[in-house]
Design a protein around this ligand. Structure first.
Ligand SMILES: *[C@@H]1O[C@H](CO)[C@@H](O)[C@H](O)[C@H]1NC(C)=O
Ligand SMILES: *[C@@H]1O[C@H](CO)[C@@H](O)[C@H](O)[C@H]1NC(C)=O
Ligand SMILES: *[C@@H]1O[C@H](CO)[C@@H](O)[C@H](O)[C@H]1NC(C)=O
Length: 180
């Protein structure tokens, strides 16, 4: 009797571990990119792709028409859905050119940047002389960051970034994510 209960408990725990291992806690629900000044910068790609049930990724490409980019600022904020999306955490404006050389001084920005840096050509400081590419950032990558490094509570979130390049407001990217 004791033995069966114990076996059952162990099996249940194992099952929970396995399910937790397989099931991602993160789901991309939407991706929106809006160019504000197409003469300057234009999104040529902004896609959320589902390859199968477990492999989903987002990709964006920005074509820059006035090179080089010597100044880049980004404002970012994390929103959470209550009745509509409300500001939840962070409202920071970052000098991206400065950030590249002093990443440790800005742990919050580093946290978000670490999710995409391996998947982008943003691995150097200013100036930029090419289009910007962020390719195939998968749910697994984001999952690793939000659940293992800095856990957030369940819910629907939206990460909004506004981009200013060479002092010109160029556009906004919104990544919608559900944590469950
Ligand atoms: C999902 O697609 C990826 C990439 O093609 C593949 O490696 C993985 O095995 C697939 N998973 C399932 C459950 O089909
Ligand atoms: C962030 O701060 C700026 C400047 O203080 C303000 O204009 C903007 O509305 C704020 N955004 C959010 C989402 O709180
Ligand atoms: C950036 O990435 C390119 C291409 O992968 C590589 O050749 C280059 O050395 C990298 N630069 C830095 C500073 O990591």
């Amino acid at each position: 009797m004791m033995y069966t209960k114990l076996t059952l408990l162990v099996s249940l725990l194992l099952l929970m571990l396995i399910v937790k291992e397989i099931k991602p806690r993160v789901e991309f629900t939407n991706l929106k990119c809006r160019s504000v000044n197409k003469d300057f910068a234009e999104f040529t790609q902004c896609t959320l792709k589902s390859i199968n049930r477990t492999y989903k990724y987002i990709s964006t490409k920005v074509s820059l028409h006035k090179l080089p980019i010597t100044k880049a600022r980004v404002n970012f904020g994390l929103y959470k859905r209550f009745n509509g999306y409300r500001p939840f955490l962070y409202n920071k404006t970052l000098d991206a050119c400065h950030f590249f050389q002093h990443q440790k001084a800005n742990p919050v920005a580093k946290y978000f940047f670490d999710m995409i840096k391996e998947y982008s050509n943003l691995n150097h400081s200013c100036p930029y002389n090419n289009d910007i590419i962020v390719e195939k950032v998968s749910t697994d990558t984001v999952n690793h960051h939000v659940t293992k490094i800095l856990p957030y509570p369940e819910g629907d979130y939206m990460l909004e970034t506004h981009w200013m390049l060479n002092d010109i407001y160029c556009g906004v990217i919104q990544v919608y994510i559900t944590l469950f």
